[in-house]
Write a protein that binds this ligand. Structure first.
Ligand SMILES: [Zn+2]
Ligand SMILES: [Zn+2]
Length: 376
């Protein structure tokens, strides 16, 4: 531990307690790991779930799973990266050997998922310490910090001209939303898309659908200001969530001229998920991109599944492969086809992380980013 670094980070001592910005010890990267000087981190709804204790990751823990920064040091055996490289971080590293990886589904890696929930890195141990006691990682990343030691497979090199705050958002919201459209659904030009829930993931899905050439992109949310933002980002129509799922679905069916090909739920709540299903036309699919609570059940009219050939598709991390899809998404950003910087509603410092958490919790934020300092 002689080569441990000291750094500032937001520590969650236990679920339900406030975050504390403290000095933590970070051990040197082990084999297959990378030390990253973090420059920007997004604040995601999943971080709130961790704070509230609805995610089963052990505390104490450093939250944050949307990050970007600069490579500072490499552990043994890491290839293809060098100090000074700019990287965006993925919370879905993969082993490359399990059944899911061999089925070309690395985002569902059977090795990484259980280890992620255990709060260590891929060898099951942690690099973080506070006052000599172990601190856990969140999603292998823990980006509410000045530095992180992460699996090399979480690092995706990015062009040096991409702002870190945009690169950070690739790590969760953007890839989950754009990927749900591009990869899970595979939306083709001329198809009709509805997006239910227009936070960071939903607005990313709106932008992804517009960039795919969807003929209609209908945004659904309770909040008018979010729907306005969706329209600014290219939504062709908006539906205010009012009343029951049936009424909302009727409004989407009417706005789209008979139902959509893909209705993407980004809320993970059973009502909106049902509305998504009911918004689809024949051969349409509801794409479930929000994460429901463990006990949630979904009820849909079964007969319409064969009669209308309706489908339900699950989407985690946009069914994306970060090493393939981060560069594609950034290329679209650099060409102006995905204006990802317009997702950012709040720019805060690490010390203001509590303000950011409140802005996400209240629904006021589209996306909060933390500026983690470092050289310009
Ligand atoms: Zn695997
Ligand atoms: Zn997230």
């Amino acid at each position: 531990m002689s080569d441990a670094t000291s750094m500032r980070a937001a520590l969650l001592p236990a679920p339900g307690t406030p975050l504390r910005v403290v000095e933590l010890d970070l051990a040197a990267p082990g084999p297959g790991e990378v030390l990253v000087r973090l420059r920007s981190s997004g604040v995601c709804q999943d971080d709130l779930n961790l704070l509230d204790g609805t995610v089963d990751v052990p505390a104490p823990v450093v939250p944050g799973h949307e990050g970007a920064g600069v490579v500072e040091a490499l552990g043994e055996g890491v290839q293809g990266l060098a100090p000074g490289d700019h990287v965006a971080l993925s919370w879905a590293p993969y082993c490359g050997r399990c059944e899911e990886c061999l089925r070309d589904l690395p985002h569902l890696c059977g090795t990484a998922w259980p280890l992620m929930l255990a709060g260590g890195l891929l060898d099951g141990t942690t690099r973080l310490r506070f006052g000599g006691a172990e601190v856990h990682h969140y999603c292998f990343l823990s980006t509410f910090a000045e530095r992180a030691v992460v699996p090399a497979r979480s690092c995706v090199q990015i062009p040096a001209d991409v702002p870190f705050e945009v690169a950070a958002l690739l790590g969760c919201a953007v890839t989950s939303g754009v990927g749900a459209v591009w990869r899970t659904a595979g939306v083709r030009p001329g198809e009709r898309v509805a997006v239910i829930g227009t936070g960071g993931t939903g607005l990313s899905a709106v932008m992804g659908a517009v960039a795919s050439g969807a003929s209609q992109v209908i945004a659904v949310d309770r909040r008018h200001e979010r729907l306005e933002r969706a329209q600014q980002l290219g939504a062709s129509a908006v539906v205010v969530w009012q009343g029951e799922p049936e009424q909302v679905a009727e409004a989407v069916v009417s706005a789209s001229g008979g139902g959509v090909d893909y209705a993407i739920d980004c809320t993970g709540r059973p009502g909106p998920m049902r509305a998504a299903f009911l918004s689809t036309r024949k051969r349409g699919a509801a794409v479930m991109a929000g994460i429901p609570r463990a006990e949630a059940e979904l009820t849909v009219p079964a007969r319409s599944i064969p009669r209308m050939e309706r489908r339900v598709l699950g989407s985690i991390y946009g069914s994306a492969r970060p090493d393939r899809d981060f560069p594609l998404i950034l290329d679209a950003y650099r060409r102006g086809r995905l204006p990802l910087d317009r997702l950012i509603s709040h720019r805060l410092s690490l010390d203001e992380v509590g303000v950011g958490i409140d802005a996400v919790r209240s629904g006021d934020a589209t996306r909060v980013v933390l500026d983690l300092g470092g050289d310009a």
